[in-house]
Design a protein around this ligand. Structure first.
Ligand code: SAM
Length: 191
């Protein structure tokens, strides 16, 4: 993330938006089951919201500096922080009941790498597990925030077919101003 973006992701403004709008919307109607994994936690605003609501939370962040700060921030909690890449996750297949992914996919540098994240989310989920999250839609502000930064916007119209191609079922996408939420299931049947 560039400096402006990094500051925004840990600002009071973002924290308020995450806690009052994004997370209640993203998690609405879902029974949160653990063990759970959050990919791309960044400075940990979403992690902090999740940690008291989900039994057993692990987070995977590929930026070494952020991973180190997260480990310090959540040292006295039950959150397990790992540095690693969501395109190649360091977990056994079927480890988690839930995988979360908030405002992260557009930071993955190509559609094919994003598809690897989807495939990995499926692999590390147990049968019947849920993959859910949010991401940003394209806008002038988004472009401004991502100057000299990775921004590969996910088109919510094509996400259902990408999720299906990865092996998910029951995919569900919903749009709001500036964002979309998604949810999909790993089928009970093992592939
Ligand atoms: C915009 S931040 C979102 C942070 C947080 N989820 C939130 O909504 O406040 C996206 C994060 O995803 C991380 N990220 C990007 N690609 C990743 C990958 N392949 N594996 C793990 N984390 C990744 C970035 O380093 C960044 O910290």
């Amino acid at each position: 993330m560039n400096r402006i973006h990094h500051c925004y992701c840990q600002s009071a403004l973002w924290k308020r938006r995450v806690e009052s709008e994004l997370m209640p919307w993203a998690l609405g109607g879902t029974t949160l089951e653990g063990p759970a994994l959050e990919i791309g936690p960044g400075p940990g605003v979403t992690t902090n919201y999740l940690r008291t609501r989900v039994p057993s939370l692990t987070v995977l962040e590929n930026d070494p500096g952020l991973a180190e700060k997260l480990a310090a921030k959540f040292r006295n909690t039950s959150v397990q922080v790992l540095e690693g890449d969501a395109t190649s996750m360091p977990f056994e297949s079927g480890t988690f009941r839930t995988v979360f992914c908030f405002t992260m996919l557009h930071h993955v540098s190509s559609p094919s790498l994003q598809d690897r994240v989807l495939a990995e989310a499926l692999r590390v989920l147990a049968p019947g597990g849920t993959f859910l999250g949010t991401d940003s839609r394209t806008s002038f502000l988004m472009k401004l925030f991502h100057c000299f930064d990775t921004m590969v916007i996910v088109d919510p119209a094509t996400l259902p077919q990408r999720l299906r191609r990865a092996g998910f079922t029951n995919e569900h996408i919903e749009l709001s101003d500036g964002a979309f939420r998604f949810r999909a299931t790993r089928s009970q049947k093992l592939h």
